[in-house]
Design a binder for this molecule. Structure first.
Ligand code: NDP
Length: 316
C-alpha cells in the first residue's frame, strides 16, 4: 500500500477529555496540534449519559455533548481533529514516527499520548444492551451511583476498584450486593475489611452473573453460586461492573515504560515518559482516579510539558 509522510509539531493520540484538553492548550500555545481520535471519537464518556461531576456544568451535561463541546473548543483554536487509528509507533526515532490506519506515516516533534483505557465487561448480551441504552448498567460507580440513591444495586468484581466502588455505593444506596467469582477477594486487606464491615453490603462469594433482567432498565440479576449450583434473583435497579480496565497502550510496548497492566509510567508530578518529547496523559497513565476532570487536568499538564520540551529543544 502507498504511504505518505507528513510532519507535525505536536501530535495528540486520543480524543477523550485528556486529549482534547491537551489540544486546547497546545493550540493556544501555537503548537498547531493534530489530534487523531481513535475508533471511538470522544472516548469512554460517549458511552455514558449524564455527567454531573464535571465542573462548570451546574445542571449536568450528557457525555456525548461534553465531548462535542471539548472538541469544538479545541478546534476553535486551530486543532486539526482527524478520525483515524494510530496502529504503529517508533517513538525512539528522531523525529518520532507514527503510522495511522497503516497507511499514513507521520513524523512528529512531540507526541502526547491520551489513548485512555477501556472498561472490561462480563460479556452478557443484556449487559451490553442495558449499557448502551443507559438502562442502569455502568462501569463507573462514582459517575452513576447518584442515580441509584436509596435503591438496591449490585457490583461485580473483587479488586480494589470493586471494593472502593462498593463502599462508595453503600453510602448512597439501600443495599449493595457484591458479586465475587471466587471464595476470596483480590483487593487489599484494608479495602476488604472496609467492605466486610459495611452492614448494607452483602458479599455473594463464588458467584457469577448468569443474566441481567429488565426491558428498558435493570430490574434484576440472576446469580449462580458455583459451589452449590444454587441460583438467586437479585431485585436491583443498578448493575455495576468493576472487573478492571485495559489501558490502550499495546502499540507502545517495548518502547515506553509501563506497569504489568499496561499503564504508562510518568515521572511523578509531570507527564514525561521515559522517552524525551513523549508525554502520557489521562487514563492510559492513571489507574487510580480515572475521572474526566483528572484526565482533563493531566491533558493540560501534557501540553505545557510538550511546549517546554519544544522550547528547550529549540523547535518552537
Ligand atoms: P483488578 O484486575 O485488580 O481486579 C479485577 C477483579 O475483577 C478481580 O477480583 C477479578 O477476579 C474480577 N474479575 C475479572 N474478570 C471477571 C469476570 N469476568 N467476572 C467476574 N469477576 C471478574 O482490577 P481493579 O480495577 O480492581 O484494579 C486495577 C489496579 O488498580 C490494581 O492494581 C489495583 O490495586 C489498582 N487500584 C488501586 C486503587 C487505590 O489504590 N486506591 C483503587 C483502584 C484500583 P479474580 O480476583 O478472581 O481474578
Amino acid at each position: 500500500m502507498q504511504t505518505k509522510t507528513e510532519h507535525i509539531t505536536c501530535l495528540i493520540i486520543g480524543s477523550g477529555p485528556a486529549g482534547y484538553t491537551a489540544a486546547i492548550y497546545a493550540a493556544r500555545a501555537d503548537l498547531k496540534p493534530v489530534l487523531y481520535t481513535g475508533l471511538t471519537p470522544g472516548g469512554q464518556l460517549t458511552e455514558t449519559t449524564e455527567v454531573d461531576n464535571f465542573p462548570g456544568y451546574p445542571k449536568g451535561i450528557t457525555g456525548p455533548e461534553l465531548m462535542e463541546d471539548l472538541k469544538a473548543q479545541a478546534e476553535r483554536f486551530g486543532t486539526q481533529v482527524r478520525f483515524g487509528l494510530v496502529t504503529k509507533a517508533d517513538l525512539n526515532a528522531s523525529p518520532k514516527r507514527v503510522w495511522v490506519d497503516e497507511t499514513t506515516e507521520i513524523t512528529a516533534d512531540t507526541v502526547i499520548i491520551s489513548t485512555g483505557a477501556s472498561a472490561k465487561w462480563i460479556g452478557l448480551e443484556n449487559e451490553t444492551r442495558l449499557r448502551m441504552s443507559a438502562g442502569g448498567v455502568s462501569a463507573c460507580a462514582v459517575c452513576d451511583g447518584f442515580f441509584f440513591k436509596g435503591q438496591d444495586v449490585a457490583i461485580v468484581g473483587a479488586g480494589d476498584t470493586a471494593a472502593e466502588e462498593a463502599t462508595y455505593l453503600s453510602k448512597l444506596c439501600k443495599k449493595v450486593y457484591m458479586i465475587v467469582r471466587r471464595g476470596e477477594m483480590r483487593a487489599s486487606k484494608a479495602m476488604q475489611q472496609r467492605v466486610k464491615n459495611t452492614p448494607n453490603i452483602e458479599i455473594l462469594w463464588d458467584s457469577e452473573t448468569l443474566d441481567i433482567l429488565g426491558k428498558d432498565t435493570v430490574e434484576g440479576a440472576i446469580v449462580k453460586n458455583n459451589k452449590t449450583n444454587e441460583t438467586r434473583t437479585l431485585n436491583i435497579t443498578g448493575f455495576f461492573v468493576a472487573i478492571g480496565h485495559n489501558p490502550n497502550t499495546a502499540i507502545f510496548k517495548g518502547q515506553l515504560d509501563m506497569d504489568e497492566l499496561g499503564y504508562l509510567h510518568v515521572v511523578p508530578g509531570s507527564t514525561k515518559t521515559n522517552i524525551e518529547g513523549v508525554f502520557a496523559v489521562g487514563d492510559c497513565a492513571d489507574k487510580t482516579y480515572r475521572q474526566a476532570v483528572t484526565a482533563a487536568g493531566s491533558g493540560c499538564m501534557g501540553a505545557l510539558d510538550a511546549e517546554r520540551y519544544l522550547a528547550s529543544a529549540g523547535v518552537h
